[in-house]
Design a protein around this ligand. Sequence first.
Ligand SMILES: *Cc1c(COP(=O)(O)O)cnc(C)c1O
Length: 364
Amino acid sequence: MGEREPRTRPDLELIPAYRPGRSVSSSGAKHERTYKLSSNENPFPPLPGVVERAVAASAGINRYPDAACGDLVRQLAKYLDVPESHIATGTGSVGVTQQLLQATAQPGDEVLFAWRSFEAYPVLTQIAGADSVRVPLTARAVHDLDAMAAAITPRTRLVFVCNPNNPTGTIVRRAELERFLDRVPSDVLVVLDEAYIEFVRDDDYPDGIEMYRNRPNVCVLRTFSKAFGLAGLRIGFAVAHEPVTEVLRKTAVPFGVTQFAQDAAVASLESVGPMLERVAALVSERDRVTAALTAQGWTVPPSHANFVWLATHERTTAFTRACEDEGILVRAFDGEGVRVSIGEQAANDRFLLAAERFRTETAG
Ligand SMILES: *Cc1c(COP(=O)(O)O)cnc(C)c1O
């Protein structure tokens, strides 16, 4: 009957309370169908054979899953041409990100990343009790790798490079990334977050799997949530040298990756061809949307992912409302801009209509 609440860490008050994304039904749109373009989800259904494999796994839910994700790790090692011991799995690559931070950073340590970038970085850094150091993106919304290298201190434990960057869709290229990696001390871990790698169409994009091979302080993060369309099953992985994957296994939630997720991921790797076809369709939609927005007069950073970024600044709330009125949910970053996922063609058309109306109505 005490008046005081259970004592929790005061520093967690700095983390904004979780705000669920608006769901499709909660927006009062005039349209029959609302499209959710706010979470960078894949609009295609699961790949051929995936649902069947997951359903088959349901017969065994009285058992714990394979803690080592053995089948999946074997298939991934073949797919990526890396040793099995260089792979560590987790509950989405956000789960692996948390494992990485718990394995590297403590109070007093610094975690460095570009800003704006993926929202999970500051939150998970705070949960680890470490300090976030944010280096602003360049005027073209690209990582400022020179400024990031200069921001490394003896306290820096981990550096994120989100490539392509969420939410701006921009990439850093091979030469500048190599120059950066050459400047980072060998005892600082560099995490290349490649959640959107399948959507990149640029010859100078540095594939992290090539970058990590002769660099023991580079860790690559990949996920099944985006191109493979398994966001709901929570499965991702890291590729790194053994000292890193070993601590990732220690900081993982035991049995966190379900057998549904493991089996569905293995089945998805058997459908890489169809996956690539779907990605190609989304890339062509992305390029169509970018061209149409540019024709409407918007400035759009060239996106290498499955979303586009519009720097709407102080009109962000108004623009978000205008999209909702057309039945389109977008991801707003107040005062900065909106991130709009590439969805099915009808959704993209509806978004383009909203964007055009907004420009016409607010012009002059
Ligand atoms: C979507 C995304 C992820 C993947 O998250 P999961 O936890 O695997 O669903 C990781 N990093 C970035 C930058 C993302 O946008």
